[in-house]
Design a protein around this ligand. Structure first.
Ligand code: GDP
Length: 305
């Protein structure tokens, strides 16, 4: 939690502390409530959730009458948690299963998202977490479009102790993904992580490609997770991207990267509402250890300090 708090320091001062300070004002007049609303909107919580939160806070503060700092903190904590949700299954599923030919099949995770959001980095970090957990991991470099992507992934693989399956440059991403899972089965690996391409300029192209990657991989058996990587610093733009991806493949979890560099932590709320898919992991830096499970309680505590 200390680390999370340090990493989120900017979002914390802007969102959590800002809200608490405003709520502690002696006179909670309309202007103050408007400032509270602005604070939430600036943090990218989104319009509808902001309205909902402010309405509930107003009601509860009225009922409260006198407001001690502890009471306000508790109330804000409860309401933020209510907004984020504490019930969702936030584990990344990597359990092995039964393959198409009855053989044991590794857990298969596809990592999707727009280029530059941190897809390859996230795939590498996730591999590291899994390897540290005693699992054998195969990486599939299905981002054959960006020349450096396969090298970058392979470097991660070498660092964390995972083999990388790659194809020819500009080759067919689906065939690389297929080969990676085939390799995973042959090696009796525990998990196969597939890094995909994320060019967005032609939506149909992306749709065809990602859909095809998934269908082709599924010839080996089920895909267990499709993680959508979103860059928290892109704010509402990220939401637009998220919608496009959700049309293309069934997203099972969201990874919110670059939360270390932004005051826009509220995007956690907005994106979950929008996609109805839980945030499962957060990226808190460029380093190998900077991927953390998303825990609503710890996150909110870090926000409000
Ligand atoms: P991709 O094109 O989606 O595969 O993106 P990359 O994995 O190459 O990442 C793009 C840039 O974002 C790189 O410089 C990464 O080091 C950086 N990056 C990725 N995740 C994070 C994060 O959580 N925090 C910060 N600060 N930078 C990140």
């Amino acid at each position: 939690l200390v680390r999370l708090r340090a990493r989120l320091s900017r979002s914390q001062t802007t969102l959590g502390k800002g809200l608490l300070t405003l709520l502690s004002r002696e006179h909670l007049d309309d202007d103050t409530w408007e400032e509270i609303e602005d604070t939430l909107l600036t943090a990218d919580v989104g319009v509808a959730p902001t309205e909902e939160l402010v309405e509930r806070l107003r009601e509860r503060v009225k009922v409260l009458g006198t407001r001690s700092p502890d009471e306000l903190r508790g109330l804000l904590r409860e309401e933020l948690l209510r907004l984020i949700g504490t019930e969702a299954d936030r584990s990344v599923h990597t359990e092995s299963g039964v393959g198409a030919n009855g053989e044991e099949k590794p857990g298969v995770v596809m990592v999707v998202g727009v280029n530059g959001t941190g897809k390859t980095t996230t795939t590498g970090k996730l591999a590291r977490v899994l390897v540290a957990d005693g699992k054998s991991v195969v990486l599939g470099a299905a981002d054959t479009f960006r020349a450096a992507a396969a090298d970058q992934l392979q470097t991660w693989g070498e660092r964390v102790g995972a083999r990388t399956v790659r194809g020819p440059e500009a080759g067919d991403p689906a065939s690389v993904a297929f080969d990676a899972v085939k390799e995973g089965i042959a090696e009796s690996a525990d998990v196969v992580l597939i890094d995909t391409a994320g060019r967005l300029h032609t939506k149909t192209g992306l749709m065809d490609e990602l859909g095809k990657v998934k269908r082709v991989v599924e010839k080996h058996g089920a895909v267990d997770e499709v993680l959508l990587v979103l860059d928290a610093t892109t704010g509402q733009n990220g939401l637009v991207q998220a919608r496009v991806f959700a049309e293309v493949v069934d997203i099972t979890g969201i990874v919110l990267t670059k939360l270390d560099g932004t005051a826009k932590g509220g995007i956690v709320v907005a994106v979950q509402r929008e996609l109805k898919v839980p945030v499962k992991l957060v990226g808190l830096g460029e380093g190998a250890d900077d991927l953390a499970p998303f825990e609503p309680e710890a996150f909110v505590d870090a926000l409000i300090g």
